[in-house]
Design a binder for this molecule. Structure first.
Ligand SMILES: *[C@@H]1O[C@H](CO)[C@@H](O)[C@H](O)[C@H]1NC(C)=O
Ligand SMILES: *[C@@H]1O[C@H](CO)[C@@H](O)[C@H](O)[C@H]1NC(C)=O
Ligand SMILES: *[C@@H]1O[C@H](CO)[C@@H](O)[C@H](O)[C@H]1NC(C)=O
Ligand SMILES: *[C@@H]1O[C@H](CO)[C@@H](O)[C@H](O)[C@H]1NC(C)=O
Ligand SMILES: *[C@@H]1O[C@H](CO)[C@@H](O)[C@H](O)[C@H]1NC(C)=O
Ligand SMILES: *[C@@H]1O[C@H](CO)[C@@H](O)[C@H](O)[C@H]1NC(C)=O
Ligand SMILES: *[C@@H]1O[C@H](CO)[C@@H](O)[C@H](O)[C@H]1NC(C)=O
Ligand SMILES: *[C@@H]1O[C@H](CO)[C@@H](O)[C@H](O)[C@H]1NC(C)=O
Ligand SMILES: [Cu+2]
Length: 774
C-alpha cells in the first residue's frame, strides 16, 4: 500500500495479467490414472459450460497487441519497457478489456457464442514536459488490419483522457533526496549518529499521494533508521525529522527543500534548525532501531506443549470439487463460478451460480485505501490507494500448511510484467475445511441431530509494501458466501513525539499511527434474473394497541418493510444496533408464500467507512468511502467504484463515484451493490512486530433470504441422528462414506523447500535514498 505516484513510472514495468491460468494445461493422462482409485488425489476436471469470457488474453494476443502499440503507424514513440526511463514513453500494462455485461448476458445461456474481444492498454507518456498516463482500447482481437488503438474513456467520469502524473522522475528524485540527506549529515549525525553510509533513509514510498496545489508539487517525507536485519521493518523506524520539498517541473536543478519539522516545530531552513540544535537546552528525542522487537521469529517465553504437533485438517480421499483449469471454472456442491484476474483488482469471480441459477454476475475487490492521521506532516498527508500499483502483481506465493491447508488445490498465476510473462507459483488456493462447529444441531428427549459445517474457500494474499491482505471467499452449505479481508504485516507507524491524539505509544520512540482501512467490493447481483430491487427491513421500536388489548398500549417492536426507490437513496450506512436488514430481491418472482426471494448482505465482522470527512488528500477520488454500502443501477461504463489512477488527479479523478448517483430507479432494475469492509486501526503494542490476521478482520456475508424452501444444508449426508433409548445409542446415517482412505501424513509436514516467490517488485519498488537499488 505504500507506493507514491512518483514511483509509479519507475517501478511499473509492463504489467500484463494474461489468463490467470493460461499456462496450465491439464495433463489428462495423469489425472485419469489418479482417478482410478477413489482414494487418489484429484477429482477429474469439470467442463465449463462456456468459455471464460473474463479469463484474460492469450500469449499470442498479448504479443500482437504489444507489437501494434509499438508500431510506427500508432505513433506512440514508445521505448521498450526494459530500456525506458521516466523521460520515455512506455507501456505500463496490457490486459483483457472486461466485456460489457449487456454483451455477455445473451451468451451465458448459449455455449457457442463469444464476445468481440478487446485489450486495455495503459501507456505512460514520460517524454512530454507534462507527463501523463492514458488508457487505450486495442482491437478487435485477434489483431488484424481492422484493429485500432483508440483512447479509452468509456469508464471514466473524468473528461480529459490524459491523467497527469505530477512527478514521474523517481530516479532524479532519489538523487535529489540523497543530496539532501548528505547536506543534512551534520544534523543527522548529531541527532542519531547516522549518515547515508550507515543506511539512513528517506523512503519515498511512505509519502502518498504527492499533492499538487496552485501548480506546485509539494512532498513531505520523513527520515527513517537503517534496516540492519533480514526483515522488513522500515515502516517501524521513523526518526521524527521531516523534510518538505518542492519538486515542481521536470528539471531537478529547480527542485528545492522548503522546510523542516522536528518535534512539531517548523523550520523554514536547515540552518534555522541547526541554530536551535546548538542551543544548550536542545534535547534530541530518541530513535527507533531495527532490533528484535521488530522481527518476526520465535521469541518470548515458551508456551507449554507448544512445540508438539498441533491438530490439523487433512484431506482423506479425493477433492470434492472440480476445477476446469482451461477456463478457470470451479464447481463445489451447488455452487459454480469462473475465476478471473486483473492487474488493478486481482482475483474476481464471475457468473456465480447456486443450484444452477446465477446469484452474482460479478464479485470482486475494487480498492483498498488506508487513510492516516498524525501530528507530523507525513502521516497527516498520507492516503494509500492500493490499486494504483495493482493488486494482481502483488499476489504472493502461498505457503502450504500456513497460508492455506497443505492439501489445498493450488493454482499458478501468470502475468506479463515488463513485456515478459512470469508465473507466480501457487498464487491462489482452493480448499474445503470443516469450520470447527456444526451448521445445525438439536437435542430433545431421546434424540440428537447434528450436521457438519463444511465450507469451500478461495483465497489470495496480496503483499502490498509493508502490509499483507488476505482475501477469502467462503462458500457454505447454507447457500451463503462470506467475503473476508484480513490484514497482517508491518504497520506504517509514526514517531512518538506529541502524537498522543493520533496513536498509542507502542515502543520507546514509536507511535502506532491511527488510520482507517476501507476496502471496497463490487457485488453485481442477479437474483432470478437481472431485474432486482433492494429491500429494507427496519426493525423499529413501536407503541401499539391491538383489538384484543382494549385501550391498553403495548411497547414493542416491528418490522417495517420498504424498498430503496432510486439512486438518491442509494448511499446507505448500517443502522446503529444493526437494526436494518438489506436484501437484493426479485419482486416479480414471489415464492409460494408470497414473499420475495433474495440474497441478504450482512456484516459478519466489523466494517467501516472513512472517518475523515471531505479529506483534503482524497478530494473527489474516494467518494466510495463515505458510507458503508451503496446501490446503483448497473451500467456497462460504471465498471468500478474507483479507477486505478484516481489518486494521481484527486481533484478531477479518473472515476468520481458520486457521478454514479443520478436518481435512477432501483426498483426491478439490474442493480449493483458496492460495500465497504474495513477497520479503524489504532495500533497497540500487540501490533508489534506484525499486525495479526486474527483481529485485523472484516467480513460480509451474502446469504439466501427467503430464497429457497428451507435450509439447503439439510440436503447434506454429512449428518447424524442419534437416538438414545435405554442404554444403547442408535446411530442413523444417510449414506456418507466413512473415511477409509489412508491419510497421507505428508499433508501435515508439507515440503516447503520448493517455495518460491517470483514477484520481485513488491518491496518498496524504489528506495529513495539508494538509487542504485532500484
Ligand atoms: C536497449 O538499449 C540498448 C542500448 O541502447 C540497445 O542495445 C538495445 O537494443 C535496447 N533493447 C531494446 C529491447 O530496445
Ligand atoms: C520520442 O521520445 C524520446 C524519448 O524517449 C524523445 O527524446 C523524443 O523527442 C520523442 N520524439 C518525438 C517525435 O516526440
Ligand atoms: C462496451 O461498450 C462500449 C460502448 O458501446 C464500447 O465502447 C466498449 O468497447 C465495449 N467494451 C468491450 C470490451 O467491448
Ligand atoms: C490488410 O490490408 C491490405 C491492404 O489494405 C490487404 O491487402 C490485406 O489483405 C489485408 N490483410 C488482412 C489480413 O486483412
Ligand atoms: C557513531 O557510530 C559509529 C559507527 O558508525 C561508532 O563508531 C561511534 O562510536 C558512534 N558514536 C557514538 C557517540 O555513539
Ligand atoms: C506451477 O509452477 C511450478 C513452477 O513453475 C511448476 O513446477 C508447476 O508444475 C506448476 N503447476 C501447475 C499445476 O501447472
Ligand atoms: C378505556 O379506558 C377508559 C378510562 O381510562 C375506560 O373508561 C374505558 O372503559 C376503557 N375502555 C375499554 C374498552 O376498556
Ligand atoms: C452515513 O454516514 C456519513 C458519515 O458519517 C454521513 O455523512 C451520512 O449522512 C450518513 N448517511 C446516512 C444515510 O445515514
Ligand atoms: Cu492498519
Amino acid at each position: 500500500m505504500r507506493f507514491s505516484s512518483t514511483i509509479l513510472a519507475a517501478c511499473l514495468g509492463l504489467i500484463v495479467p494474461g489468463n490467470a491460468f493460461s499456462e496450465r494445461r491439464l495433463d489428462r493422462s495423469i489425472l485419469e490414472k489418479k482417478a482410478e482409485g477413489s482414494c487418489s488425489g484429484e477429482q477429474p476436471p469439470s467442463v465449463a459450460p462456456h468459455k471464460n469470457f473474463w479469463g484474460g488474453l492469450t500469449k499470442e494476443e498479448t504479443r500482437d497487441v504489444l507489437a501494434l502499440l509499438h508500431s510506427e503507424a500508432v505513433g506512440f514513440n514508445l521505448t521498450t519497457a526494459k530500456n525506458a526511463t521516466s523521460r520515455d514513453n512506455k507501456i505500463m500494462s496490457v490486459e483483457l478489456m472486461m466485456p460489457n455485461k449487456t454483451e455477455i448476458l445473451p451468451l451465458l445461456s448459449n455455449s457457442n457464442g463469444t464476445p468481440t474481444r478487446y485489450a486495455l492498454a495503459a501507456v505512460m507518456f514520460g517524454a512530454p514536459e507534462e507527463a501523463y498516463l492514458q488508457e487505450f482500447k486495442v482491437g478487435p482481437l485477434p489483431i488484424t488490419n481492422a484493429s485500432a488503438v483508440l483512447p479509452f474513456t468509456f469508464a471514466n467520469t473524468r473528461k480529459n483522457p490524459k491523467i497527469s502524473v505530477a512527478n514521474p522522475d523517481a530516479q532524479d528524485y532519489a538523487t535529489f533526496n540523497l543530496k539532501n540527506m548528505k547536506d543534512a549529515e551534520d544534523v543527522t549525525k548529531k541527532l542519531w549518529n547516522l549518515t547515508v553510509d550507515d543506511g539512513l533513509q528517506v523512503p519515498l514510498a511512505f509519502a502518498a499521494p504527492v499533492t499538487v496545489s496552485e501548480d506546485k508539487v509539494i512532498m513531505w517525507q520523513g527520515f527513517n533508521a537503517p534496516v540492519t536485519s533480514i526483515y522488513d521493518p522500515i515502516s517501524l523506524l521513523p526518526l521524527g525529522l521531516y523534510m518538505r520539498t518542492d519538486i515542481t517541473g521536470r528539471d531537478p536543478s529547480k527542485w528545492k527543500v522548503t522546510g523542516w519539522v522536528y518535534n512539531n516545530e517548523f523550520y523554514p531552513t536547515l540552518d534555522d534548525f541547526r541554530k536551535v540544535m546548538n542551543e544548550p537546552n536542545f534535547k534530541s528525542l530518541g530513535m527507533n532501531v531495527d532490533e528484535p522487537w521488530a522481527h518476526t521469529r520465535t521469541q518470548g517465553d515458551a508456551m507449554p506443549l507448544d512445540n508438539t504437533p498441533p491438530p490439523a485438517s487433512v484431506q482423506a480421499g479425493k477433492e470434492r470439487f472440480a476445477v476446469d483449469e482451461e477456463e478457470s471454472y470451479v464447481t463445489w456442491m451447488d455452487f459454480s463460478f469462473y475465476v478471473s484476474l486483473t492487474r488493478d483488482n486481482g482475483l474476481r469471480l464471475y457468473d456465480v451460480r447456486y443450484k444452477g441459477k446465477r446469484v452474482l454476475y460479478e464479485l470482486g475487490l475494487d480498492e483498498a485505501i488506508a487513510h492516516y492521521a498524525g501530528i507530523d506532516p507525513v502521516q497527516s498527508g498520507t492516503c494509500y490507494f492500493d490499486s494504483l500499483n495493482g493488486f494482481g502483481p502483488t499476489m504472493i506465493s502461498l505457503v502450504k500448511g500456513y497460508d492455506c491447508p497443505a492439501y489445498s488445490h493450488f493454482l499458478n498465476v501468470s502475468q506479463t510484467t515488463g513485456e515478459t510473462t512470469s508465473t507466480q507459483k501457487d498464487g491462489l488456493c482452493m480448499f474445503e475445511i470443516d469450520k470447527g462447529f456444526p451448521i445445525q444441531r438439536h437435542s430433545w428427549a431421546g434424540y440428537t441431530t447434528v450436521t457438519k459445517n463444511i465450507a469451500f474457500n478461495v483465497r489470495a494474499i496480496y503483499t502490498i509494501g509493508n502490509y499483507d491482505y488476505m482475501i477469502t471467499y467462503q462458500f457454505s452449505l447454507d447457500g451463503s458466501i462470506e467475503v473476508a479481508v484480513r490484514a497482517s504485516g508491518y504497520i506504517s507507524s509514526a514517531f512518538y513525539a506529541q502524537n498522543e491524539d493520533y496513536g498509542f505509544k507502542i515502543h520507546d520512540s514509536l507511535s502506532g499511527s491511527l488510520h482507517d482501512h476501507v476496502i471496497t467490493f463490487k457485488a453485481d447481483f442477479d437474483i432470478m434474473g437481472e431485474a432486482n430491487s433492494l429491500q429494507k427491513v427496519a426493525i423499529v421500536p413501536t407503541t401499539e394497541t391491538y383489538k384484543w388489548s382494549g385501550n391498553q398500549t403495548r411497547k414493542t417492536m416491528k418490522a417495517v418493510k420498504s424498498f430503496i426507490e432510486n439512486e438518491d437513496e442509494g448511499k446507505i450506512n448500517w443502522s446503529s444496533n444493526g437494526g436494518s436488514m438489506y436484501a437484493v430481491v426479485n419482486k416479480d418472482q414471489k415464492n409460494k408464500y408470497g414473499e420475495l426471494p433474495g440474497y441478504r448482505i450482512v456484516p459478519a465482522s466489523g466494517v467501516a467507512y472513512l472517518t475523515v470527512e471531505d479529506s483534503y488528500i482524497t478530494k473527489n477520488a474516494a467518494h466510495h468511502t463515505s458510507h458503508h454500502l451503496y446501490v446503483t443501477q448497473q451500467k456497462d461504463n460504471e465498471i468500478y467504484a474507483v479507477g486505478a489512477y484516481n489518486s494521481l488527479t484527486p481533484e478531477d479523478p479518473q472515476v468520481d463515484f458520486n457521478e454514479y448517483f443520478n436518481g435512477e430507479s432501483l426498483v426491478q432494475e439490474d442493480i449493483v451493490v458496492w460495500f465497504n469492509l474495513g477497520m479503524h486501526h489504532m495500533p497497540h503494542t500487540g501490533d508489534l512486530p506484525n499486525t495479526v490476521f486474527s483481529t485485523a478482520h472484516s467480513a460480509m456475508t451474502i446469504e439466501p433470504f427467503n430464497y429457497l424452501q428451507g435450509d439447503p444444508s439439510q440436503a447434506s449426508t454429512q449428518q447424524v441422528l442419534i437416538k438414545t433409548t435405554d442404554s444403547q445409542a442408535e446411530i442413523t446415517r444417510y449414506g456418507a462414506q466413512e473415511a477409509t482412505c489412508p491419510v497421507d501424513i505428508s499433508q501435515l509436514n508439507p515440503d516447503l523447500s520448493q517455495y518460491s516467490n517470483s514477484i520481485s517488485v513488491l518491496k518498496y519498488p524504489f528506495d529513495g535514498s539508494k538509487p542504485d537499488r532500484a
